[in-house]
Design a protein around this ligand. Structure first.
Ligand SMILES: [Zn+2]
Length: 449
């Protein structure tokens, strides 16, 4: 018998590289042909570029296929037929799922999936959860609003598929969720890093120590980069006395990556289901060597309702120069998502990624989990203000902590920040995606990327 105890799919997850690449090429050709034959949007896109599906013969031909991006998806849904435009590759009657993107970067994109697509979502999530140690003996709590966002919906179905006992936290508030987790001795849950930290704070507020009084052994994160930022990961693990694992996916793409229990320092790309290409931001060349940042262009091989082919995700990633002890042959995105091409901004002439600030703030244990960054313009000069909270009990060490923070910001980001300290609990709290970085300069002028 194959080593079922480690892998969700022992054959695909350990496929020799040359077989894996052959499988990817075959599946890539198949989805391009499918989209060309069935989706008016893709057919026009490819015809306009002079591309026929038969033109793709080798891996090198893949870059001839036109890319798509969020702007195109918004544009297509603004045109008839309602509500998805002409991008669907199936009749509308076959669509069974509606979700939409969170709209943090503009008008939400509507997402249609067929039942087959939905089963594919659950299958992809099964790879994630199984690799993170979820088994049929686990009781998994899902503290998520089951709303219009895809978020943890597929995580719920995948946990069921693995055979876990799944407890939907639905409309319960944070306190009630914690009490229910305690009552049922749930040993795993899934949430955004912001909410994982927020839940621990709430638990302590009602006299429950998540480490001693709850039973959580593993937590799966998604939605924000936190679980791949080591200082934030450590903070979550300390707060819960549990292992914290990352996963990155997106509504328009699918659940494309996961951290395994070996935690090599990055995320495995599920290469049996997705093709990830890393493109040099300046030259547009495909980067195959490790250690070099570029933007991710991704294809979902098996999503048939609204295909996702060579989608420019605006995420910045790089290939790892190490393999993983777990034996999976799927390549590793080192450090997860290391930035967003549309988040990286110039402040005082220095290129700044918001995740770098999180890394520093979360490395100082006397600071609370919540903070906010406001970039603005004072005359001609950029001003960057970091608003933080001290944890209760550290008020008399305020100056010392402040100096340490400023030093760390200077050393690690190379920028002078203004820092203001706020009373504990006074900065905004977020349940799903935190919006901690505000660039007020962008409200007055549009920046080209
Ligand atoms: Zn691994």
């Amino acid at each position: 018998m194959p080593k079922r105890d480690i892998y969700w799919n022992p054959i695909l997850e350990t496929l020799p590289i040359e077989k894996l690449r052959a499988l990817q090429l075959k599946k890539f050709k198949r989805i391009v042909e499918w989209a060309y034959n069935n989706s008016p949007f893709y057919r026009k896109l490819y015809k306009d570029a002079g591309l026929e599906p038969g033109d793709i013969k080798t891996f090198n031909d893949i870059k001839k296929v036109p890319k798509t991006d969020k702007g195109m998806l918004r544009d297509v849904q603004s045109r008839p037929p309602f509500p998805y435009g002409d991008i669907l590759a199936v009749p509308l009657s076959e669509v069974t799922e509606f979700r939409q993107t969170s709209g943090t970067t503009g008008i939400p994109v509507y997402q249609a999936d067929t039942w087959q697509d939905w089963e594919w979502w659950a299958e992809c999530w099964s790879y994630i959860l199984y690799a993170q140690g979820y088994r049929d003996t686990d009781r998994v709590f899902i503290p998520f609003g089951y709303n219009i966002f895809v978020a943890f919906w597929a995580g719920h179905y995948a946990a069921e598929k693995i055979g876990c006992e799944v407890v939907p936290g639905g409309v319960l508030d944070t306190e009630a969720r914690i009490l229910k987790m305690k009552e049922l001795k749930c040993n795993a849950f899934m949430a955004t890093p912001t909410y994982v930290l927020g839940m621990a704070d709430t638990a302590r507020k009602i006299g429950i120590d998540p480490v001693k009084d709850l039973y959580v052994k593993r937590i799966t994160c998604a939605g924000e980069p936190g679980a791949s930022i080591l200082t934030t990961k450590r903070r979550m693990e300390d707060a819960w006395g549990a292992k914290v694992y990352d996963h990155v996916g997106a509504t328009e793409i699918g659940a494309w990556s996961y951290e395994c229990t070996s935690q090599p320092g990055g995320l495995h790309v599920n290469e049996a289901f997705f093709l990830v290409e890393i493109e040099d931001i300046e030259t547009g060349e495909i980067i195959d060597e490790p250690g070099k940042n570029g933007k991710m262009v991704i294809t979902a091989f098996d999503r048939i309702g609204k295909p996702c082919i060579r989608f420019d995700s605006k995420d910045v990633i790089r290939w790892a120069d190490y393999s993983c002890d777990c034996g999976r042959t799927f390549r590793i995105a080192d450090g997860g998502i290391v930035g967003r091409t549309d988040d990286i901004t110039k402040v005082k002439g220095v290129l700044l990624a918001p995740t770098a600030i999180e890394e520093v703030v979360r490395s100082i244990s006397e600071l609370s989990n919540d903070y906010q960054v406001v970039v603005s313009k004072k005359g001609d000069i950029d001003d960057i203000l970091l608003e933080i909270e001290l944890r209760p009990g550290y008020e008399d060490k305020k100056e010392e902590i402040l100096n340490h923070l400023k030093d760390q910001l200077r050393v690690r980001i190379n920028l002078g920040f203004r820092v203001s300290i706020h009373p504990f609990g006074s900065l905004p709290r977020y349940e799903v995606k935190a919006k901690r970085f505000k660039d007020l300069r962008k409200l007055t002028r549009e920046e080209g990327h």
